[in-house]
Design a binder for this molecule. Structure first.
Ligand code: SF4
Length: 353
């Protein structure tokens, strides 16, 4: 796939756009005024591989909390601001690395000019975060939704450019996946700024991961997108996990192990579903990009297991263990999990020696 060329910008230490890896971001779900809870969740996000974190700034107290939150965090912080431009000014003063403004609910040109001036002084990028659900009802009401979203973003881009501000990132999120895809495809050809991809309010993890994978995945496969946020009604690390799975599926990023497991069928003579679940849980805390295969029988088992760093191909109550394509032993079903994990640990140890 050929990636769309966008104008790179820096969110703190992370480059977004250009040839930089597609950055994974998420959002805290704590009360931002509760500094301890928010910092704790940011640390959890750092541990699960999140590269940029956004925090909601609903009021002045939340904006003031950002200074402490920023000091404690190791990843860049983006302030999410709606309605009140003074909160954006407060967030900038607190030292955030980026702003997200919703053009649908912040439209006063003078107020925007004040925020832009303060962001420019600090060289802090602003995301124009268009959301289908918060477009003003009187904004081009007869135009199709995807186009309205694009036009709203382009209008705001022109305003910012007229203020000589170019540290811009854009998102066009809708719940409806085809609308989201169409909006991003349309704007991708009309400007050079980096694109933040997401399908908004995607839902609970199972359905939300699928909606996000389709919306974000289609766009990424077309070379569109520079940073990704998966929105799920769940702990934010679930969002990060799904984002990496999408990126890994397209060969765009590698983080953590990839589990190859067969669906099991009437040929399996070992409990593959229970084993794959257990292995997946044990692999969750590993960040090394390993490929681990859990296969039920000899049909595809040895082939997949051989391609993996560590693999098992089940047989009758026992299984062949593979390491880097070579059979290194046969163990009984009760030893599957322990043996696979011992092989994984030894590979990681070797890799870090
Ligand atoms: S690898 Fe074997 S057990 Fe697994 S789905 Fe294929 S045929 Fe069935």
């Amino acid at each position: 796939m050929i990636r769309r060329t966008s104008k790179p910008l820096r969110i703190g230490k992370v480059t977004v756009g250009g040839h930089a890896p597609i950055a994974v971001q998420s959002m805290t779900k704590t009360d931002t005024r509760d500094v301890h809870a928010t910092v704790t969740q940011i640390k959890e996000l750092e541990d699960c591989g999140c590269e940029i974190v956004r925090v909601a700034v609903p009021d002045r107290e939340a904006a003031e909390s950002l200074a402490t939150i920023k000091k404690e965090a190791s990843i860049p912080i983006i302030a999410d601001v709606h309605f009140d431009y003074r909160l954006a000014l407060g967030a900038l003063k607190a030292g955030v690395d980026g702003l997200r403004l919703n053009p649908g609910n912040m439209g006063d040109k003078e107020q925007i000019a004040r925020v832009v001036a303060a962001a420019k002084e600090r060289q802090v990028p602003i995301r124009i975060g268009v959301n289908a659900g918060s477009l003003p009802a009187d904004f081009q009401p007869r135009t199709p939704l995807a186009e309205r979203m694009v036009n709203m973003a382009l209008e705001r881009i022109r305003l910012m450019e007229s203020l000589d501000f170019h540290l811009i990132k854009v998102s066009l999120k809708a719940f409806d996946v085809p609308t989201t895809i169409q909006a991003y495809q349309t704007i991708a050809d009309r400007m050079l700024y980096p694109l933040h991809l997401g399908v908004t309010e995607a839902g609970l993890p199972r359905a939300g991961a699928i909606r996000s994978a389709i919306g974000i995945g289609v766009l990424l496969h077309q070379g569109i997108g520079d940073t990704v946020r998966v929105s799920l009604t769940a702990h934010p690390c679930e969002e990060v996990f799904v984002a990496y799975e999408i990126l890994k599926s397209l060969g765009l990023r590698q983080r953590g192990p990839t589990l190859v497991s067969c669906p099991s069928c009437g040929r399996a003579e070992v409990d593959i579903i229970a084993l794959a679940e257990a292995v997946s849980q044990r692999l969750a805390s590993i960040s090394e990009p390993l490929r681990v295969a859990v296969m039920g029988c000899v049909v595809n088992g040895p082939g997949e297991a051989k391609d993996a760093d560590v693999g098992i191909a089940g047989g009758k109550g026992k299984g062949a263990i593979f390491r880097k394509g070579k059979v290194v032993g046969t163990v009984g079903e009760d030893k599957f999990l322990a043996t696979i994990m011992a092989e994984v640990d030894s590979l990681i140890k070797k890799g870090t020696e």
